[in-house]
Write a protein that binds this ligand. Structure first.
Ligand SMILES: CC(C)(COP(=O)(O)OP(=O)(O)OC[C@H]1O[C@@H](n2cnc3c(N)ncnc32)[C@H](O)[C@@H]1OP(=O)(O)O)[C@@H](O)C(=O)NCCC(=O)NCCS
Length: 189
């Protein structure tokens, strides 16, 4: 679905709901779906992000992927854009600020990079049917067209499914850091 249609559409609420259900270890998941919808609205509007969806035949969300070409600044940029709308979700703001504080205290990973697969998630009833693979292939193609030659990601070391998924897509481990595995793959020109 093209970026501008995504911005207008209720699909963003479905993305937020899937995020909260599938990415339970992620701090954003505790911010409530209203706040997460604001986050994705702002992310979808930002030129440094790629937000793609796969839909079912009856037009329900099957999965989504969010990539960034400026991931070190993504959260602060999104928070600035979200701004006033986020005020409606005080719980979200409190959790988001707490998350930002914890990240700051933990420091940056020892590997510096800008291009990242930030989140990818597939509906439970569509797992292992190629949805994740299709989303990742489209995102990598979009990154290639933007002139990017490599992409990183961070995944929890105990997320066996996601690690299997990324390995099958050619990602290789770079380093393990604070319970997360940082992985990378090349994007051929
Ligand atoms: C990771 C995730 C996106 C994979 O999506 P998916 O649509 O089920 O994956 P696909 O069907 O495209 O699988 C492609 C390949 O990845 C690998 N793979 C997928 N799930 C796997 C699992 N549970 N265990 C091991 N390998 C797996 C396989 O090699 C698979 O190919 P195959 O089915 O032909 O063997 C999905 O499991 C998910 O949404 N997990 C919860 C959210 C999450 O943890 N996201 C990642 C962190 S941001």
């Amino acid at each position: 679905m093209p970026r501008n249609e995504l911005q207008e559409s209720s699909v963003l609420r479905e993305i937020a709901s899937l995020h909260a259900r599938s990415l339970r270890d992620n701090g954003l998941s505790r911010c409530g779906t209203g706040f997460i919808t604001c986050y994705y609205e702002a992310a979808a509007a930002h030129p440094s992000t790629i937000l793609l969806t796969e839909m079912t035949d009856d037009d329900k969300l099957a999965g989504f992927i969010l990539c960034s070409t400026d991931c070190r600044h993504l959260f602060s940029r999104v928070m600035r854009t979200t701004g006033f709308r986020a005020v409606r979700y005080p719980r979200g703001i409190v959790f988001a600020l707490a998350r930002a504080l914890v990240s700051w205290l933990r420091g940056s990973p020892p590997v510096r990079y800008d291009v990242e697969v930030v989140f990818v998630a597939v509906e439970q009833n569509r797992l292992r049917s190629g949805v994740g693979r299709a989303l990742l292939a489209k995102a990598l193609e979009e990154l290639r067209q933007r002139g990017k030659r490599g992409v990183f990601l961070r995944v929890a070391e105990n997320n066996v499914a996601a690690i299997g998924f990324y390995e099958s897509a050619g990602f290789e481990p770079v380093i393990n850091w604070r319970g997360k595995r940082i992985m990378r793959r090349e994007i051929k020109a």
